[in-house]
Design a protein around this ligand. Structure first.
Ligand SMILES: *[C@@H]1O[C@H](CO)[C@@H](O)[C@H](O)[C@H]1NC(C)=O
Ligand SMILES: *[C@@H]1O[C@H](CO)[C@@H](O)[C@H](O)[C@H]1NC(C)=O
Ligand SMILES: *[C@@H]1O[C@H](CO)[C@@H](O)[C@H](O)[C@H]1NC(C)=O
Ligand SMILES: *[C@@H]1O[C@H](CO)[C@@H](O)[C@H](O)[C@H]1NC(C)=O
Ligand SMILES: *[C@@H]1O[C@H](CO)[C@@H](O)[C@H](O)[C@H]1NC(C)=O
Ligand SMILES: *[C@@H]1O[C@H](CO)[C@@H](O)[C@H](O)[C@H]1NC(C)=O
Ligand SMILES: *[C@@H]1O[C@H](CO)[C@@H](O)[C@H](O)[C@H]1NC(C)=O
Length: 396
């Protein structure tokens, strides 16, 4: 339908020669999601929804718009946000302030972007609503935002992406001299890192971060020492990794300790993420702490998030890749992804496979929980991450 195909010979042997390939997987992923009506602020039944995965897709469409100048992508973002923001700036749909859910913040960066692009006050009003939510967000005694009011005293890695990318974008745009905000954002990353990083005495140590922690140690899954959850879940760490590079890119010079702190964390994690990849396939297990265990599998959203984060980290000089091994590892993973998780349809769209639907700490947080979750086709959390990974891969 709308695909063009690159000559097979020009791809330097990165790809298998057996199938024709689109000129841009980023364009293909974006156009396929759009053709299916994904990420447009609506549920399948037409009800408005304030959804972090729509925000993630919009972030990718925005980068694609900036790269191509194709206004189709911008218009899709705006139409999607107009489905959840009334003309007076009130956010509607299923958004409930009283839930104090950090995940809501996932659409916040798009509000700010649309305000900057269009000057329309409603987008600023909507962004202000989320910013006020952060001011009232409950915190642990150390200052970490709770993931949600019902998740008492819990910090989850996913919440760092949802909360801090928006918090940074907002502070950058409207409140750049607010040293308290910069210190707070820095602290959110640092507390999460210190409270969830696996250490050398942990069984199956990967040097990566557990999904979350409960500062009050009351959750059934909380460890006796730091209250962390039992497993390293690939997508939680993927959100955290994306937050590191996206916040680093936005942070202005006067953001205090934010940049050095995030650079330190990123330089600890990047080689460990590389090490944790399965040596044969080059991609990562859903439960990274239990490689090869029956029912564990290679999960696609976490992989796409790591590829995006590490390629971006190298491209922007946040992580040195003197021997080229990080880029080589991400290319290998990307190649696996397109061979195994991208399925061409006869109508010109692509399908995206192997993204786990959810991963939560609302029950046991153990291996059996993670491997029991459904894996729907075209889950937007994974498709959007693949769009982001493709944008980085295609910059190489
Ligand atoms: C394209 O084909 C796929 C697979 O048959 C189908 O699921 C999808 O709905 C089609 N998409 C559009 C936009 O027609
Ligand atoms: C659409 O689905 C959501 C979630 O299941 C539900 O809350 C909402 O009421 C439904 N809307 C309509 C118009 O049926
Ligand atoms: C913009 O993107 C859409 C969707 O891929 C495509 O149909 C259209 O031809 C593109 N427009 C231009 C000017 O390239
Ligand atoms: C904003 O507009 C919506 C939809 O028209 C309306 O329900 C709501 O009361 C308005 N809010 C304010 C604060 O005016
Ligand atoms: C600065 O940020 C802090 C922390 O988020 C917040 O409490 C305060 O209201 C902000 N100050 C202004 C002037 O916005
Ligand atoms: C390292 O992790 C183990 C297992 O969670 C824990 O028992 C130990 O206290 C931790 N050590 C430090 C220094 O955090
Ligand atoms: C360590 O990994 C092995 C192999 O996947 C697994 O059987 C075991 O349960 C893991 N142990 C912990 C504590 O995660």
């Amino acid at each position: 339908m709308f695909l063009t195909f690159a000559p097979l010979v020009s791809l330097l042997g990165l790809f298998p020669v057996c199938d024709a390939r689109p000129a841009s997987y980023a364009v293909w992923a974006a156009d396929s999601g759009i053709a299916r009506g994904q990420g447009n602020g609506l549920l399948a039944n037409g009800s408005a929804t304030v959804s972090y995965e729509h925000g993630e897709f919009q972030w990718g469409l925005r980068l694609l718009y900036e790269l191509t100048g194709n206004k189709t992508y911008f218009d899709y973002i705006q139409a999607g946000v107009d489905n959840i923001v009334f003309p007076n700036g009130t956010i509607h749909g299923d958004y409930e302030w009283v839930e104090q859910w950090t995940d809501s913040g996932g659409t916040g960066p798009t509000f700010i972007y649309l305000f900057e692009q269009t000057g329309q006050a409603k987008y600023k009003t909507a962004a202000d609503t989320f910013r006020r939510q952060l001011n009232g967000q409950p915190r642990t005694a150390q200052g970490q935002f709770w993931h949600k009011l019902m998740y008492f005293n819990q910090g989850w890695l996913d919440g760092i992406y949802m909360g801090e990318v928006f918090y940074t974008a907002y502070t950058n745009a409207f409140d750049a001299d607010n040293a308290t905000a910069w210190a707070d954002i820095t602290s959110q990353f640092k507390l999460m890192f210190d409270n969830t990083l696996q250490n050398a005495t942990a069984p199956n140590n990967t040097g990566l971060m557990y999904h979350g922690y409960d500062f009050s140690h009351t959750a059934v899954w909380a460890s006796p020492d730091r209250g962390h959850s039992p497993e390293v879940w690939d997508r939680a760490l993927g959100w955290y990794a994306m937050a590191l590079v996206d916040v680093l890119e936005m942070a202005p010079p006067n953001s205090g300790a934010l940049k050095p702190t995030l650079l330190n964390i990123l330089n600890v994690l990047a080689p460990k993420i590389q090490d944790a990849a399965d040596p044969t396939s080059g991609v990562w297990w859903l439960v990274i702490t239990e490689p090869g265990r029956t029912r564990n599998y290679f999960e696609s959203s976490g992989a796409a998030m790591y590829i995006y984060s590490l390629l971006k980290a190298v491209r922007l000089g946040y992580v040195e890749d003197t021997d080229g091994s990080i880029v080589a590892a991400m290319k290998k993973a990307y190649n696996y992804a397109v061979q195994n998780w991208v399925v061409p349809n006869s109508n010109g769209t692509m399908d995206w496979k192997n993204t786990v639907h959810v991963g939560s700490l609302d029950t046991t947080g153990d291996f059996n929980y993670y491997v029991s979750q459904s894996v729907p086709l075209n889950d937007l959390k994974g498709l959007a991450a693949f769009l982001l990974a493709s944008l980085e891969f295609e910059k190489l």
